[in-house]
Ligand binder design. Sequence first.
Ligand code: AMP
Ligand code: GLY
Length: 419
Amino acid sequence: MKIAVVGSGGREHAIIKKIKENPQVETIYALPGNGGIAADATCVAVGAKDIEGIVKFCKENKIDYVVVAPDDPLVLGAVDALEAEGIPAFGPKANAAIIEGSKVFSKNLMKKYGIPTAAYETFDDADKALEYVKTCPIPTVVKADGLALGKGVIIAMSREEAAEAVRSIMLDKQFGASGNQIVIEEFMEGPEVTVLSFTDGKVVKPMVSSMDHKRAHDNDEGLNTGGMGTIAPNPYYTKEVADTCMEKIFLPTIEALNKEGRTFKGCLYFGLMITKDGPKVVEYNSRFGDPETQVVLPLLESDLLTIMQATTYGTLEETEVRFMDKKAACVIMASDGYPEHYEKGYEITIDDEVSNMVFVAGAKLEDGKLLTNGGRVLGCSGIGDTLEEAIRNAYKVVDKVHFDNQYYRHDIGQRALKA
Ligand code: AMP
Ligand code: GLY
């Protein structure tokens, strides 16, 4: 089988390494991939948002199955375009990917179907939003409607900050057209849990839960980032919480999307907060999380490609999704200065014995050398019987990866250990 994976991050590298375990897979193409992914797949210079280019490549090269990993191409209709040409693909169609593509849509969906989430108001008029924040409860959370590279959420601790957020999103268009509408919602408190789940639109099979570490520095200080590390499973996701989530959130969401004529197939990401009133949805994503994937997939025992195809063909019910009874941790090694200013172009070396647990994101190949080429450079994962051991193993991998100007958090998993 010939497989194409759309995307270029650590998440895509983890997906590719897992798909490679299927003996029927002959070739994997990464569109566009990166210099580190090139060790595991054939990288092709087609951008992840170039839907026409993706379809053309897959047609010409008779690709048997395509995995569309990032949000942008899903929202732009990559799966629709591939299926129109008879090429099966993993991921939701555009009309279902909107659950990530529009926060106004997802909040209204949750309200209509009684799915627990923060109370909210939506606005398409800046004056009305500015009027609202004069009296709403504080702290409050201001969110741009559309995709904003994970940066479109502002937690406002004062009325001034809330008004400033409204102005920067709606008037200064900090996130472009993504800010034409906004959601202003209730500030929730409690531990956060990510649950990635496979669904074919009929059944939902959750993967092992995980915990992201979004802040740049130790002790959850510093700026928000794309994620500096993850652990799995998440200790706050108890059996009781999991049962509640299945009954009140996961199944109702799949049902709601079906009722709206927007059947979701692929990986549905539930960003949850365990509040004192029970689990509530913080956000949905229409794809695997990054760097959650780098701890979840190493624990997957069943065959990933088989499961992905089952979501496409509607046979997930009879397909096994089994995880090891172990723990995993992933430490992101970034360029010093990320998420603000940082330098690129430093040579990376990875000792052979750990390369299987290294997932490369921001790197390029030049004259046979792997060079840093982004803020988040790569992720180092470890597995263990206990969380302590998994964390230790992840940091052992870090010690065997070398590049100058590196930065990583030293406390990945510490909060989970204290839970
Ligand atoms: P989102 O992109 O919607 O996941 O938001 C990014 C992050 O902002 C989340 O992971 C939470 O840490 C935080 N956040 C979002 N919405 C809320 C909320 N209503 N209350 C508290 N924190 C929130
Ligand atoms: N780790 C958060 C995300 O993938 O959106």
